[in-house]
Design a protein around this ligand. Structure first.
Ligand SMILES: Nc1ncnc2c1ncn2[C@@H]1O[C@H](COP(=O)(O)OP(=O)(O)OP(=O)(O)O)[C@@H](O)[C@H]1O
Length: 769
C-alpha cells in the first residue's frame, strides 16, 4: 500500500457516497444516498503521509495486507489501483452509538475493526445508521467533550451516589455510572449540528414506538409511555433488557396492573419507610441520651455520697483533734499540779522505812512521757490538718464536678426534650402518612378499646397508643392496631379517633363503624354511651349535622333509621310496631330494607329523641321476647343527602353504626333453651361476618354476604364502596382472658382486609336556578 494519494486525487475522487452507490445494490444504498454527509478534510501532504503510514502499521500489526483485505472484500473493484487511498474520511454513526471512521481505498470504503483490522465497510451497516458531518457533530457535542476532559471535582463522586425507595426492596443505593448509551439525535439544519432529540419526539419514531409497544405488551402494568421510552434509552433500545429491569424491580405484579394508585402507594410507602427510619434513629438517639443521663445521675449520686462521707470524716477528725487537744491540756495541767504539790508531812516514825509518794525518777519518767505525748500530739495535729486541707480541696473539686455534672444533666435533659418533641412530630407525621395509605388501600381501620376493671386487676398493658399486650400465664402477647384506647381514655378520645373517617359521609361516602367484643366489654358504652357521656353514635350524628349546617351552599337532608337483628329477624326500632319483622331487598349494588322507618333529624334534640325512641322500642321488644338487648345486633343508620345549589352535585352518604351482639362462645354461656337459640343465631351471624372478612382478605371472587342478615345488610359497607372501622372491645380481667385474646385475634386478622379506595356517591344534577 503506497502513499500516493494526492490532493488532486482527493478532489477528483468522487465522494464516497457515489462510489458505494455504484458498488452496492438494494435498499441499503438508497438509505446511504439520503443520509450520507461525509466531508473531505483538507490535510497537508505530510499529514497525509503520516496517516497513510499509520494505516500501514495497523494493517501489519493485524497481519492484514491490502491484498488480504481485497480478498475479503465484497465490493472491491479488481481493476482499481491498490495504492490509491482516498483520504476523504467519513464518519458513520451506527444506531447503537458506534462511530465508524472510514476512508476509501481503490474505490472501496474501508474501516478499521479492532479485531479484524482494516476491512471493507459492511454492506449491512448502511441501513443501520448514517454518515454524519463529523466536524459539526463534534462542535455540537464539543461542550460535553470538553467537560469530559476537565477532571471532575471530588464532590461529583458523592453526587453520583444517592438512595431511592423501591417497593418490595426498601431503600436501595443508586450510583450514576458513566456508561455509553445510544443517543437519538436529530440534525438541526439551522445550526448545522446534531442535537439530542427530546423524549416526547423520540416517542413518535416508529423504531421507538414499536419497542415501547413490545414492552407494554409484556408488562401491561406500566402505563407511562414516556417512562418506557426513557428506560429504552437507558438500555440501548433493547426491549428484553427493559423488561427484565422492570421485572427485577417490581416483580410479577407488573404483568397485571400498576396504575396511578399503585404509584401513589409506592410513594407513600417510601415516605413511610423514610419516616420509620428517622423515627428509629431518633428513638435510638433518645435511648442513648437517656442512658447517658442515667449514668450521669448515678455518677452524681456516687459523688454526693463520697462528698458526704468525706464531710463526715472531716467533722469526725475535727472533733478528734479537739478531743486530743483537750486531753493533752488536761494531762499537762495534771502534771503541773503534781509538780506544784509540796511533799507530804513526814509521817509518824514507824519501824519501817518511810516510802516516798513521788519518787524523782518516776516523776522524770512521767514528764518525759508527757513530752513525748506532746510531740506525738503535735505530729498528729499536723497530719490531721494536712488531711483536712486535702479533704477540703477534694471536697471543693467534687463540688465543682457535681455542678458540672448537673449542668450537663440539664443540657442533656433539654436535648432529650427536644428529641422527644422531634420524635413525637415524626410519629405524628408517620401516622398521617399511614392514614393516607390506609385510605388509598381502603383498609378497615381497627381500633381496640379496653374497658376499666372495677377491681383494678388487669392482665393487659398499653406500651404505646397503638399496642396492647396481654399477659397469659407468664407469656406476653402483643397486638397492634390503628389505635388502642386504654381504660383511662374518655369518650371524647374515642370519638376523636373516628372523626377523620366519619366526616367524609357528608361528601357522599358510606361509612361503617362496628363494635365487636364479648358481652360486657363496653360495646354499647362505646357506641351509645350514657346520658352524660354519649358515645360514638350520638357524637358522630351531632358532628355530621354540624358540618351540614356549616355548609351553606349545600342543602342537606339527614334521616335516621334504627333496626335490630334478633334471631335472624329484622325489627324496625323506629316503627309503631317494632315487633314486625322486615325483609332485605337487593337491587344491583344497593341493599335496602323496604318499609324501614326513616326519621328526619336536624337538631341535637331530634337525635336524642329518635335514638331514645329506638332504645325504648328495643327494650319493649326484648322484654316481650324475654331476652336481653345484648343478644341482638343494633344498627343505627344516618342517611346524609346533600345538593350543591351551585354545581348541582348531589351526594348520598350513609353512616352505619353497628353495636354487635356479644361474641362469646356458646360453650362459655352454658345457654339452654331460648338462650341457646339466641346464641346460635349470634354465632351464625358473627361467623358469617368472619367469613366475609376472610373472603375479602383473600380477594376471593365470591364473598358470602348473604350467609346472614347481618352481613347481607352490611354488604354496601363492606364491599369497596365504603370506609369501615371496627372497634374491638375487650375486658382486662382474668376471667375474660380467653375471650379477650380471641377478640384481639379477630381484630388483627381484619386489619389486613383492604376494601379498596372508597367510592364517592355523587350525581351531577342540573343546578337550581
Ligand atoms: N370505657 C368504659 N368506661 C366506663 N365504664 C364502662 C366502659 N366500658 C364499659 N363500661 C361499663 O361496663 C358495663 C358493660 O358495658 P356495655 O354494656 O357497654 O358492654 P357491652 O359489650 O355492650 O355488653 P353487651 O354485649 O351485653 O351489650 C356498663 O355498665 C358500662 O357502663
Amino acid at each position: 500500500m503506497g502513499s500516493g494519494a494526492s490532493k488532486k486525487q482527493l478532489q477528483e475522487t468522487p465522494r464516497g457516497t457515489s462510489e458505494v452507490k455504484n458498488s452496492s445494490t438494494g435498499p441499503s444504498s438508497a438509505i446511504y444516498d439520503e443520509t450520507s454527509s461525509g466531508r473531505e478534510i483538507g490535510l497537508s501532504k505530510a499529514e497525509e503521509d503520516e496517516i497513510q503510514e499509520e494505516i500501514e502499521r495497523m494493517a501489519q500489526r493485524f497481519n492484514r495486507t491490502g491484498e488480504d483485505i481485497n480478498d475479503d472484500s465484497v465490493a472491491v473493484s479488481s481493476t482499481a489501483q491498490t495504492d490509491e487511498v482516498s483520504l476523504a474520511f467519513e464518519s458513520f454513526l451506527h444506531k447503537n452509538g458506534t462511530l465508524y471512521t472510514c476512508f476509501t481505498q481503490n474505490g472501496t470504503r474501508l474501516y478499521f475493526d479492532e479485531e479484524r483490522g482494516l476491512i471493507p465497510f459492511p454492506q449491512e451497516l448502511y441501513n443501520q445508521g448514517r454518515f454524519i458531518d463529523v466536524q459539526n457533530w463534534l462542535t455540537s457535542s464539543s461542550d460535553s467533550m470538553e467537560n469530559a476532559l476537565v477532571p471532575e471535582p471530588s464532590y461529583m463522586d458523592n453526587e453520583r451516589t444517592s438512595g431511592f425507595y423501591l417497593p418490595g426492596k426498601g431503600m436501595v443505593t443508586t450510583y450514576i455510572f458513566e456508561e455509553r448509551t445510544n443517543v437519538c439525535k436529530y440534525f438541526d439544519s439551522h445550526s448545522g449540528a446534531w442535537l439530542i432529540l427530546p423524549l416526547q419526539w423520540e416517542m413518535n419514531l416508529d423504531f421507538v414506538k414499536y419497542r415501547v409497544q413490545q414492552v407494554k405488551e409484556a408488562l401491561p402494568g406500566i402505563t407511562d409511555y414516556k417512562e418506557i421510552t426513557a428506560a429504552l434509552r437507558q438500555c440501548n433500545y433493547n426491549t428484553d433488557e427493559v423488561i427484565s429491569v422492570y421485572l427485577a424491580i417490581f416483580g410479577e405484579s407488573l404483568e397485571n396492573s400498576f396504575d396511578d394508585q399503585s404509584f401513589e402507594e409506592t410513594f407513600l410507602h417510601r415516605d413511610l419507610f423514610e419516616r420509620d427510619s428517622r423515627i428509629e434513629s431518633l428513638n435510638h438517639k433518645l435511648q442513648e441520651r437517656e442512658k447517658e443521663v442515667e449514668n450521669l445521675q448515678v455518677r452524681c449520686r456516687c459523688m454526693q455520697e463520697e462528698n458526704q462521707r468525706l464531710t463526715h470524716m472531716t467533722q469526725f477528725l475535727h472533733a478528734r483533734v479537739a478531743e486530743i487537744e483537750a486531753e493533752q491540756e488536761r494531762i499537762l495541767e495534771k502534771m503541773k499540779a503534781l509538780q506544784r504539790t509540796p511533799p507530804p508531812p513526814p509521817p509518824v516514825p514507824a519501824p519501817t522505812k518511810p516510802k516516798q509518794l513521788f519518787e524523782p525518777k518516776k516523776l522524770s519518767r512521767l514528764s518525759k512521757a508527757a513530752r513525748d505525748l506532746n510531740i506525738s500530739n503535735q505530729q498528729l495535729k499536723a497530719t490531721v490538718r494536712l488531711s483536712l486541707s486535702e479533704f477540703g480541696q477534694h471536697i471543693s473539686k467534687l463540688g465543682s464536678v457535681i455542678l458540672e455534672l448537673k449542668d450537663f444533666e440539664l443540657g442533656s435533659t433539654k436535648e432529650i426534650e427536644e428529641l422527644r418533641t422531634l420524635y413525637k412530630r415524626e410519629a405524628l407525621e408517620r401516622k398521617l402518612l399511614y392514614n393516607q395509605l390506609q385510605e388509598l388501600r381502603g383498609n378497615i381501620r381497627v381500633f381496640c378499646r379496653c374497658r376499666p376493671d372495677p377491681q383494678g386487676l388487669t392482665l393487659v398493658e398499653f406500651p404505646s397508643d397503638d399496642q396492647i399486650i396481654v399477659n397469659q400465664n407468664g407469656s406476653k402477647k402483643k397486638f397492634q392496631f390503628d389505635h388502642v384506647f386504654a381504660p383511662r381514655c374518655t369518650q371524647e378520645d374515642v370519638f376523636d379517633g373516628t372523626l377523620p373517617i366519619i366526616k367524609s359521609c357528608v361528601d357522599g361516602y358510606n361509612i361503617c363503624i362496628l363494635a365487636y367484643g364479648q358481652t360486657g366489654s363496653g360495646k354499647t358504652y362505646t357506641m351509645m354511651g350514657t346520658e352524660d357521656k354519649p358515645g360514638v353514635n350520638i357524637r358522630s350524628i351531632r358532628e355530621l349535622l354540624r358540618i351540614c349546617q356549616e355548609r351553606e351552599k349545600i342543602k342537606y337532608t339527614t334521616k335516621i333509621s334504627m333496626l335490630e337483628i334478633y334471631n335472624e329477624t329484622i325489627k324496625d326500632l323506629l316503627s309503631k310496631n317494632p315487633s314486625n319483622s322486615l325483609d332485605i331487598r337487593t337491587q344491583g349494588k344497593s341493599v335496602t330494607v323496604p318499609g324501614l322507618t326513616e326519621i328526619v333529624v336536624s337538631t341535637e334534640a331530634d337525635i336524642k329523641d329518635t335514638v331514645a325512641l329506638g332504645e325504648k322500642n328495643r327494650t319493649v321488644a326484648s322484654t316481650k321476647m324475654n331476652t336481653e338487648s345484648s343478644r341482638s345486633h343494633l344498627m343505627v343508620m344516618l342517611h346524609v343527602n346533600g345538593t350543591d345549589s351551585i354545581s348541582g352535585v348531589v351526594s348520598y352518604g350513609t353512616l352505619t353504626l353497628c353495636d354487635l351482639a356479644g361474641s362469646e362462645r356458646i360453650s362459655k354461656t352454658e345457654a339452654t333453651g331460648q338462650r341457646l337459640v339466641e346464641a346460635a343465631a349470634i354465632n351464625k351471624s358473627l361467623t358469617a361476618l368472619g367469613q366475609v372478612f376472610t373472603a375479602l382478605k383473600n380477594n376471593t371472587l365470591h364473598v358470602p354476604y348473604r350467609n346472614s342478615k347481618l352481613t347481607h345488610l352490611l354488604q354496601p359497607s363492606l364491599s369497596g364502596n365504603a370506609k369501615a372501622c371496627v372497634f374491638v372491645n375487650v375486658s382486662p380481667d382474668a376471667k375474660s382472658l380467653g375471650e379477650t385474646l380471641s377478640s384481639l385475634q379477630f381484630g388483627s386478622s381484619i386489619q389486613q382486609v383492604a376494601l379498596g379506595k372508597a367510592t364517592q356517591h355523587i350525581v351531577h344534577a342540573k343546578p337550581e336556578k
